[in-house]
Write a protein of this length. Structure first.
Length: 560
């Protein structure tokens, strides 16, 4: 019965369009066009239901695994700065992303530290203190309520070379949900939900594009079920290294506007503005999310290039890229005026260090210990780039040392000059041994990325059976809709190519820096989305071919 129903639906779909053209307008309106509109409305409500269920499922998984009220082993320093800075600005009159050292001390002695001497009087040990929400919330409450004659120009410090957007994320969390560590968890789902809702409304009549969001929502549940957020990785979603995944849905939205050649209507422009703001906010939280902006820009560039080849003006279809770039430019202009003067006077930067990470990854080349470790005093991990910068400065002394060194003994560098001289040391290293650097970038980093992604995927056997079954049901539902409509299947194919290209673009920041389990959340998310899209497309295409052959066989069976 089910096969016959599919065959009958398939018969209607594959009828030559010439026959439809010969029908009276009323017949078309009441026939195929009406059916498609009805199916689109049906799929919209189905997509809304699946997205909501996926969000609830991910939320529940996060609560069960302790992501709601814990801090990752390696993210407590970022939490300390961001929570402290948010409290300094919201409760004590600070500004410009500067942290009061008094607030920092209160939070530190309240339990946000890994110092055993400080934790001993509190009756906890590291990292047990990071799993104690009562302890963390007590420290946050004490810092918020503490009163002293605060001068926002004194006893403050900057971020020390980290992204500042997490401060705004904490401020938004505290503003909406209150001064508690759980607020950071709730805000993630608030932002993701708003982005998904805007996507659903904008593409409510385009089932093929809604399928991309459905797959993305299911992929998010898979993220929460895998080991991506295990304690030895970020350990919590309250980590900028994970929060950059908030850029994925906005990037997908802008990509779909380009893919569908959507006109700049009021709804489309408004939705593009909202998604661009969320995307730039995610980039502000973690600079590695730049790959999403890069992917949208590349796709828009390809559309314009294809238009030039066909001698057509495709510029009118890439208007959403202009909105994204305008929002990004406005944000950058605002940052330059909002930063505390300490960032300029102390030689700090407003984003995560980049060249530090680029030089950092050289030490993982198999020949590093044999060929270069001794030349850099056997420095390892974060110390290696700093040693490289200081050795470069010894060979090229600066004309104004006071602008470069943080201390008079010249043992410590300011953040901004450090980035400059690490970059110079890197290119000097590249000039001396380009083969070593290219092997690291083109061979060993891709291998390391493949190992990390394979490790994430292998952890899915721990997922709850119901989650896997639910995901399978969703895939089958999507396949059924695609089989019934060739136009939507064609559009979905283009969406699959969009998701595939986005995944490969997402690898670009990691190729240049350090592939590891703590920094590849975006890439894993993009990989799961891409794989889900290809599975749906393969099943739909295979079933459509099967039904087509069955349709050819059926008349012969009937005639006999």
């Amino acid at each position: 019965m089910i096969v016959n129903a599919l065959l009958s639906r398939f018969d209607w779909e594959v009828q030559p369009r010439l026959d439809c053209a010969r029908m009276p307008a009323l017949t078309i309106r009441n026939g195929g066009a009406w059916n498609r509109a009805k199916i689109a409305r049906l799929f919209l409500w189905l997509a809304v239901a699946i997205v909501c269920i996926s969000l609830i499922s991910a939320f529940r998984l996060g609560v069960e695994r302790g992501f709601c009220d814990t801090i990752g082993n390696e993210s407590w320093g970022r939490i300390l700065f961001s929570v402290g800075t948010a409290i300094t600005q919201m409760n004590h009159g600070g500004y410009g992303y500067a942290l009061s050292t008094v607030i920092e001390t209160i939070l530190t002695y309240g339990g946000l530290t890994d110092d055993p001497k400080i934790l001993a009087p509190l009756g906890v040990e590291f990292p047990g203190n990071l799993r104690d929400p009562a302890l963390i919330n007590a420290a946050i409450d004490k810092a918020a309520r503490f009163s002293w004659p605060f001068n926002p120009e004194e006893a403050i410090r900057g971020s020390g070379g980290d992204d500042l957007g997490f401060v705004d994320y904490v401020r938004l969390s505290f503003l909406v949900f209150g001064h508690k560590i759980q607020s950071l968890y709730y805000t993630y789902f608030l932002i993701f939900g708003v982005s998904a809702a805007v996507f659903l409304w904008t593409f409510r009549s385009r089932p093929a594009l809604l399928m991309l969001l459905v797959i993305t929502s299911v992929a998010q549940t898979i993220l929460f079920a895998s080991n991506l957020l295990a304690s030895h990785n970020p350990g919590s979603i309250s980590d900028p290294r994970f929060l950059s995944v908030l850029a994925v849905v906005p990037g997908l939205h802008l990509g779909c506007l380009l893919l569908d050649r959507s006109p700049p209507s009021i709804i489309n422009v408004a939705s593009a503005i909202v998604q661009s703001i969320i995307l730039v906010f995610a980039f502000w939280i973690r600079a590695s999310a730049v790959w999403v902006i890069l992917a949208v820009s590349i796709f828009a560039g390809l559309i314009m290039a294809w238009g030039l080849l066909k001698r057509q003006n495709e510029l009118k279809y890439v208007w959403c890229l202009g909105i994204l770039l305008a929002v990004l430019a406005a944000h950058m202009l605002w940052v330059t005026t909002a930063l505390h003067p300490i960032y300029r006077s102390e030689g700090e930067i407003s984003h995560h260090v980049f060249w530090h990470a680029v030089f950092y990854q050289l030490q993982f080349h198999p020949r590093w210990n044999k060929d270069y470790a001794a030349s850099y005093d056997f420095a390892t991990f974060d110390e290696l780039p700093r040693v490289a910068a200081k050795k470069y400065l010894l060979r090229h002394p600066p004309s104004h040392p006071e602008e470069v060194y943080l201390t008079t003994d010249r043992q410590y560098l300011r953040i901004a000059p450090s980035e400059v001289y690490i970059r110079k040391a890197y290119f000097e290293f590249f000039a001396n041994d380009p083969r070593f650097v290219l092997e690291s970038l083109l061979i060993y980093n891709p291998v390391a990325m493949a190992i990390v992604l394979a490790g994430y995927l292998s952890s899915l056997d721990r997922a709850i059976v119901m989650e896997l079954l639910s995901g399978s049901v969703v895939l089958l539902i999507l396949v059924g809709f695609l089989v019934a409509d060739s136009d939507q299947l064609r559009l979905f194919k283009h969406g699959v190519l969009l998701a595939t290209g986005a995944f490969f673009v997402s690898l670009s920041p990691i190729v240049l820096t350090v592939p590891n389990n703590r920094t590849m959340g975006d890439q894993y998310f993009a990989l799961v989305i891409m794989l889900g899209c290809w599975v749906v497309l393969a099943l739909a295409t295979g079933l459509r071919v099967f039904l087509g052959r069955a349709r050819q066989v059926r008349p012969r069976i009937s005639s006999t």
